[in-house]
Design a protein around this ligand. Structure first.
Ligand code: HEC
Length: 99
């Protein structure tokens, strides 16, 4: 019985992680992707680790505030109007990692 409980808890936990990833990717696909997939207007491309390197060097807080305020051709909030600072952080981590 105890084993079954542990097994189902582990399964539940892995499903939660999956759900979080799906929500993040869904968000990305509705907002940031418009510019960051093709690198439109000088946007650092998703998955282009070298392009993100100098951006990440500025620190995550600076990057999140760039998105919130807008930067160059990027409109304030990066078109994600219900994103929290944590959402931006997760999106930036997703975009700056090799895909
Ligand atoms: C309309 C196009 C557009 C959209 C939508 C967009 N971006 Fe950008 N983003 C850009 C451009 C262009 C730059 C480069 C700005 C520059 O260097 O002048 C940029 C730069 C950035 C940077 C680097 C900021 C810095 O300080 O160097 C981050 C982080 C970023 N975007 C995150 C996001 C996130 C997260 C989203 C989705 C919520 C998003 N962007 C949506 C166009 C966009």
């Amino acid at each position: 019985m105890k084993k079954l409980l542990v097994a189902s808890l582990a399964l539940f936990a892995s499903m939660m992680v999956q759900a979080a990833d799906d929500a993040l990717i869904d968000r990305y696909n509705k907002t940031c992707v418009v510019c960051h997939s093709a690198g439109a207007a000088g946007a650092p491309k998703t998955g282009d680790v070298a392009a993100w390197q100098p951006r990440l060097a500025k620190g995550m807080d600076t990057l999140v505030s760039s998105v919130e305020k807008g930067m160059g051709a990027m409109p304030p909030k990066g078109m994600c109007f219900d994103c929290s600072a944590d959402d931006y952080k997760a999106l930036i981590e997703y975009m700056s990692a090799a895909q």
